[in-house]
Design a protein around this ligand. Sequence first.
Ligand SMILES: *Cc1c(COP(=O)(O)O)cnc(C)c1O
Length: 380
Amino acid sequence: MSRPPYTESFPLFRPIHARIDFDALRHNYLRTRELAGGARMWAVIKANAYGHGITRIARGLAGLADGFALLDLEDAVRLREAGITQPILLLEGFFSPKDLPEIAARQLTVVVHTFEQLDWLASVSLPAGTRVPLFLKINSGMNRLGIPPAQAMAALARLRAWPHAGVIGLMTHFADADGERGVETQLARFRPLTEGFDGPLTMANSAALLRFPQTHADWVRPGILLYGASPATAYASAEQIGLKPVMRFEAKVIAVQHLQPGERIGYGGIFTAERAMRIGTVACGYADGYPRHAPNGTPVAVDGVRSRLVGRVSMDMISVDLTDIPAAALGSVVELWGEHVSLDDVAAAAGTVNYELLCALALRVPAVEVGNADVSALTG
Ligand SMILES: *Cc1c(COP(=O)(O)O)cnc(C)c1O
């Protein structure tokens, strides 16, 4: 049987991979930039770039992204060592004063969201002339991180008084930009603080960027859009937004079973054959990041033909229905999500969100890169 060339790329003994498409990534970046209407973009690459590989995605966007946003100092250092020169934003700031010398030396941009962090800034001594760009995070209603609006001016005054303060910006984050409540209540608390403020402002995650242009300001912070998934599936699908999936998660059929009507499949026997059936056992399970709660009927594609999951997801295997795909056999490629099966459909079936599926991709799944990384801008 002839197959498209990508199926030859399973790099390990066990036939499973996540195919990462740099061309789709760049397409999504440019599409998101179009939607952001002139705002600069922090490409959010936390959580191992939503499972896609943090240095891989940074390489993929190296010549394009205005900046990168993440959580871990170690990751930021790795990007600097890989030659990334753009601003890098530490979304949760620093967790201890001892991290500040490295943050300053690596020229990272830091979110400050507690008064304790303000104390820590005052407590460290940095080389003369050091300037650290900062964003003061305001809690406008998410109630997770941030200074209450009533204390924002006091915090801002303390930041300005820090001798190493570089450019100071204001930031907030929305709790329901993908939902019915939207952003207005939070905007009403944030906006007064920004009047007459001359530093950069950043508010929008992907959902706000997509749905509420009034949140675009100077910098937007898209994550999920860059990976080609919708931040608000109730409002628009990835396809409707004009995005392309960056990840294609695939594994091969490693065994074929012939079932008689009434026979059951897998742990607990939660699927019973309705007729004589041909079942493919696939080299992918929940230890690879496939959701264990995916029920019977969750979509898959076998050699590009839509089919369904049958039986319970095991640690290392799943079973799929091959009955109506006569050409399918041992070695057939099963797409778990990507091109023929949308991530959002799998997430909906499994009762979770696209974000969780991407982030849960296991480290044991090898990545295969296709298309061109934009490495021209890398110096390292
Ligand atoms: C994760 C995160 C984002 C990106 O969220 P998406 O919904 O993926 O766009 C933006 N801002 C902050 C503060 C975040 O933690």
